[in-house]
Design a protein around this ligand. Structure first.
Ligand SMILES: [Zn+2]
Length: 392
């Protein structure tokens, strides 16, 4: 897709042109909430500096060096980062009723469940998304049984186009795209499963997210089936279907996909999706992820994923800046689905979804999906969440 700078600039322009409404506010009127003295990093407006954030009626009312007016509630953010609420575009938060609440305390104010459910079980996911305190939406699995060990569409009869279309149409408010989990065991059905996903998604104007790396079909064949706005998750997957060849060159099909607006997402996960040597090669070739997601599950605290702030810290030792890491889970993530159109930013007028983070210095160890350790000197920790102006 675009390089990261264009990505941020385009998002900032979108945010600026969105009709946030313009209530006039007296300078000395009290705020409902002030987040005081934190280091505000908002890549959507290229801000990185000490600021107070004033919030009124659930929206950002002011971001200034100092706010003199009083507030009903004040959060002392000294020593902390204050960033837009985090958006995780690849989680499995809807697999348990507790999922949304568990990730909310990590700073996640918007999530996308990536294919936990197909048409047969979708009601369970719908129920969790509907009850979610923060915005939660679903990608429906192209396979009607959802995630199954043998491969979601190993039996191609499970990729039922009619049923898929019908289910999406019945839940257009909560189903925002389709997941084609092109995992091991699909044989050459992987391309057909993706073709069927597109057959339903394209006329409805919905994105498709593919799980890459473990396919039978060569990656270029699958990438060529992706349209602008589609998402490739697990971009750091190791061979035989990596996005980089043995000479260290990014596949032309991946470069072409990015140029036409396909989003490349991390999807950290736990098994088979990411190995540090591949991360090193892919980043050395200049191919940086657009978005950082966790592939979260309820047991993630013990799988090396831990939480989104931890995942956002994993590329620091490869040279990623703190601001770029934050962009990958805020403004860039917000651009992937229309439901997040006015999120991922702390612009005045935006919904006041805010994550507080601690950036700690020390000796940290980060694990890939093969139990390889990578040392780092900085790590982000969740330190508080404000959702629509209310402290969680
Ligand atoms: Zn997943």
């Amino acid at each position: 897709m675009f390089n990261r700078r264009e990505f941020c600039a385009a998002a900032a322009a979108t945010a600026a042109s969105t009709a946030f409404g313009s209530r006039v506010r007296a300078a000395d009127a009290p705020y409902d909430l002030i987040i005081k003295g934190g280091r505000v990093i908002d890549p959507s407006v290229r801000l990185d500096g000490l600021r107070d954030v004033g919030i009124t009626q659930g929206r950002i009312a002011a971001v200034e060096r100092t706010l003199a007016a009083s507030a009903t509630t004040t959060i002392d953010a000294k020593g902390k980062l204050v960033v837009p609420g985090l958006i995780d575009i690849h989680t499995h938060a809807s697999r348990t009723a507790e999922g949304p609440g568990m990730v909310l305390v990590d700073g996640i104010t918007g999530w996308i469940d990536a294919g936990s459910y197909g048409a047969d079980g979708i009601e369970a996911g719908i129920k969790v998304a509907r009850a979610s305190p923060q915005q939660g939406r679903l990608l429906i699995n192209v396979g009607r049984a959802g995630i199954i060990a043998e491969g979601d569409t190993t039996d191609l009869a499970r990729a039922d186009v009619g049923l898929l279309r019908e289910t999406i149409t019945a839940h257009r408010d909560l189903i925002v795209g389709i997941k084609a989990r092109l995992s091991k065991g699909l044989t050459a059905n992987d391309a057909e499963a993706l073709r069927r996903a597109q057959e339903v998604a394209t006329p409805l104007g919905l994105p498709v997210m593919i799980h890459m790396g473990q396919t039978e079909s060569a990656l270029p064949k699958l990438l060529d089936l992706l349209k602008p706005g589609d998402i490739v998750t697990h971009l750091f997957a190791p061979p035989p279907n990596a996005i980089i060849d043995e000479e260290g060159k990014i596949l032309p099909a991946a470069l072409a996909a990015r140029r036409r607006g396909v989003v490349f997402d991390i999807g950290y996960g736990r098994v088979g999706h990411l190995r540090w040597d591949l991360v090193e090669k892919i980043l050395a070739a200049g191919f940086w992820p657009d978005t950082c997601s966790t592939d979260w599950n309820a047991d993630s605290k013990t799988t090396g994923v831990v939480d989104l702030p931890n995942c956002m810290s994993k590329l620091f030792s490869f040279g990623q800046t703190v601001s770029d890491a934050i962009a990958s889970a805020t403004v860039n993530a917000a651009r992937t689905f229309p439901v997040f159109r006015d999120r991922g930013t702390l612009k005045v007028g935006a919904v006041a979804d805010v994550a507080l983070l601690e950036l700690r210095e020390g000796d940290f160890e980060f694990v890939d999906n093969y139990d390889n350790k990578r040392k780092g000197k900085q790590r982000l920790f969740p330190a508080g969440t404000v959702l629509a102006g209310k402290r969680v």
